[in-house]
Write a protein that binds this ligand. Structure first.
Ligand SMILES: Cc1ncc(C[n+]2csc(CCOP(=O)(O)OP(=O)(O)O)c2C)c(N)n1
Length: 677
């Protein structure tokens, strides 16, 4: 808290300016204290945060999870001190002490904003461009939920999504995939601010970036406004009003700003971007800004008091919404209950009964087709499922018959054509999940998970329930050849902490994979599904597919339950280990066949279970039509892995399997050798 003797002199200029400069000085001081971080951009963008959080946004610092709050995304996450000082000043559960701990071990103020870590942070940002896509997801979620839940006179879902993006955000492709999508789908309540400061790390944007960003957004169908000087609060305020008044199109407000604003020697230079200004320069800057104190982290009382009005304002807005919700619940009790359930993230009662059981009558069926059948059975029961594909709908089997297309004219429908924008799709899905009320799933070929990984990593980091439907999961896709055949993707995805990769062996496991994915509230799940048909695994004879939830389970055992060798596999290659198991048993080799659809789920089991499935001391052979790297852990140093450490080939799939040595013969040979060694 400020020193009362100095605060008397604090009215050097208007109260607005004082409040804005409070962000600037806190940012300078926090970065200086940490000796690390980005002071210049918070200094430039302070007026935007100030106007949004004190005048425009409907938010309640006392309850950052209020469902109908306006969302704010700082896509330029490196400018985190802008957000932290704003959250502190407007009265969130972030203290001045927290700001002093900027970037320190276990502080509430990490280098980049982290969702779930700091109250008021809506999404994790830092990898440039992602926040823009998340914001599009938030706006899309709002538009969908409004269409589903609002009724005449009851707009219980009615909020804006604001975001700030920088040059870096707009140089990245993902922001443009998402913005093009937002333009097409006309998210009128999406309002962006482009920080046109013309500086990046390497220097002036003239070095590399001479786009007319405004025109790009106009071309996407956005409403584009210009504010020539971000410090002109009237102009900025009018632009925000105009943006809110535009209901048909998303708005981008291009704001001319000055990085390091107020710093006599560093303003408008890359020097203000990513390092502390220095003690002397901070002194000069504070003087230049007419700042009343040289004390670090000084907060004038009147500035804080003015900022903190956000609390009363927010409480009143929130209370108004609560009253609306009560009236809504009276008029539409079932809908209100459903809204509550969905925002809570709970699944509807009895949903699991819709999961189909697959029998011999279903015949040989590709897991992508089984997935389509499961989805088709689930969509009515689980209305929060919103699906789509990056233009591979017929291949991914992601559109159940009952799903109509989400469009500007039909926002209640649940099938989304994302276009060929995998990265945008993944970033948008993160926004949908973060918003609440929606479980997003999206499809493409497994190979193109490479185009989505930055957002997938963030989904995992943020513990979001996002489901990826990745079909064409191996060389088994055949003729499309090595450009389309995933090799290292399974291993790479398995390496993301908190990410669950599932590669089902048949239709029954596919059904179990969906069961798990929907139940798993705390992280993303990817399903790797085949293009080619898979044989029926008779579950009366073999282990039940419910074992999938444990990551691995015994499908076929040695006659005495004490195998000399264990065959392990996932997905389409499980058929090979089953056949090899039969042959080995016939030859008197004591073998066990284990289906391991998910390494992560198995790794999370207690040691006793893992040892039951893979007994200590047994020799092991793993086979997967993919890079072997992730299997070493499971086969041990004595084990053998039949995998692929080269690119695939264009040919009928059976020929590729044979050509690359992924055969029952090779399995039997390796297993026999190990069992007898
Ligand atoms: C995807 C990604 N690439 C690189 C970086 C490292 N980085 C952080 S900020 C930045 C660029 C800074 O320029 P700008 O976006 O204009 O921000 P400003 O300098 O205005 O703060 C870069 C390259 C990053 N955070 N994310």
């Amino acid at each position: 808290m400020s020193d009362p003797t100095t605060s008397a002199t604090a009215v050097a200029s208007s109260l607005d300016e004082l409040c804005i400069n409070t962000i600037r000085t806190l940012a300078m001081d926090a970065v200086q204290k940490a000796d690390s971080g980005h002071p210049g951009t918070p200094m430039a963008l302070a007026p935007i945060a100030y106007l949004l959080f004190t005048r425009h946004m409907h938010h309640n610092p006392a309850d950052p999870t209020w469902p109908n709050r306006d969302r704010f995304v700082l896509s330029a996450g490196h400018a985190s001190m802008l957000l932290y000082s704003t959250l502190y000043l407007s009265g969130y559960d972030v203290s001045l002490e927290d700001l002093k701990q900027f970037r320190q071990w276990q502080s509430k103020t990490p280098g980049h904003p982290e969702y779930g870590h700091t109250p008021g942070v809506e999404t994790t940002t830092g990898p440039l461009g992602q926040g823009v896509a998340n914001a599009v997801g938030f706006a899309m979620a709002e538009s969908h939920l409004a269409a589903v839940f609002n009724r005449d006179g009851h707009n219980i879902v009615d909020h804006y999504t604001y975001f700030i993006c920088s040059d870096g955000d707009l140089m990245e492709g993902v922001s443009h995939e998402a913005s093009s999508f937002a333009g097409h789908y006309k998210f009128g309540k999406l309002i962006g601010f482009y920080d046109d400061n013309r500086i990046t790390i390497d220097g002036s944007t003239d070095l590399t970036y001479t786009d007319d960003a405004g025109k790009r957004f106009e071309a996407y169908g956005w409403h584009v406004l210009h504010v020539e000087d971000v410090n002109d609060l009237d102009a900025l305020d009018s632009a925000i009003e105009a943006a809110k008044a535009e209901t048909e199109r998303a708005t981008m407000i291009v704001c001319r700003t000055h990085i390091g604003f107020g710093s006599p020697n560093k303003q408008d230079t890359a020097k203000a971007h990513g390092e502390a200004l220095g003690v002397e320069e901070i002194k000069l800057t504070k003087r230049n800004l007419g700042w009343p104190s040289e004390e670090a982290f000084f907060v004038p009382d009147e500035a804080l008091a003015h900022w903190r009005k956000a609390r009363d304002r927010g409480a009143a807005l929130h209370e108004g919404w609560r009253r609306q919700l009560i009236a809504y619940a009276k008029a539409h009790p079932d809908l209100a209950k459903e809204f509550g359930r969905r925002m809570q993230g709970d699944l509807p009662a009895g949903w699991e009964s819709a999961i189909p059981t697959f029998t011999k009558e279903n015949g040989n069926i590709a897991s992508r087709a089984a997935s389509g059948l499961v989805l088709g059975a689930l969509v009515d029961k689980v209305p929060e499922l919103i699906g789509g594909s990056a233009d591979l709908t017929p291949s991914n089997n992601t559109q159940p018959k009952a799903f109509k297309e989400f469009s500007p004219d039909d926002r209640a429908s649940r099938y989304v054509h994302y276009g060929i924008r995998e990265h945008g799709m993944a970033g948008i899905m993160n926004g949908l999940a973060l918003h609440g009320g929606i479980i997003p799933y999206g499809g493409t070929f497994l190979i193109f998970s490479d185009y989505m990984r930055p957002s997938q990593r963030l989904a995992a980091l943020m513990h979001q329930r996002v489901i990826y439907v990745f079909t064409h999961d191996s060389i088994g896709l055949g003729e499309d050849g090595p450009t389309h055949q995933p090799i290292e993707q399974l291993t790479a995805l398995r390496a993301i902490p908190g990410f669950t990769m599932i590669r089902p062996a048949d239709a029954s496991e596919t059904a179990e994979a969906w069961r798990f994915a929907l139940k798993h509230k705390t992280g993303p799940v990817a399903l790797a599904l085949t293009r080619q048909k898979l044989g029926f695994i008779d579950r009366e004879k073999h282990g039940s597919a419910t074992g999938l939830a444990k990551g691995a389970y015994v499908l076929a055992d040695a006659p005495n339950g004490k195998p000399d060798v264990v065959l392990i596999s996932s997905g389409s290659e499980v058929a090979l280990i089953l056949e090899a198991h039969t042959r080995l048993t016939d030859q008197g080799v004591s073998a066990r066949a284990v289906s391991m659809p998910s390494h992560e789920l198995f790794a999370a089991q207690p040691a006793e279970y893992r040892e039951k499935v893979l007994p200590k001391g047994t020799r092991r052979v793993a086979i997967e039509a993919a890079h072997p790297m992730s299997w070493y852990r499971w086969v041990g140093s004595e084990g053998v892995i039949l995998g692929i450490d080269r690119f695939g080939a264009s040919a009928p799939y059976a020929d590729i399997y044979k050509g690359l040595g992924l055969t029952v013969d090779k399995l039997v040979e390796a297993a026999t050798r190990l069992a007898r060694s």
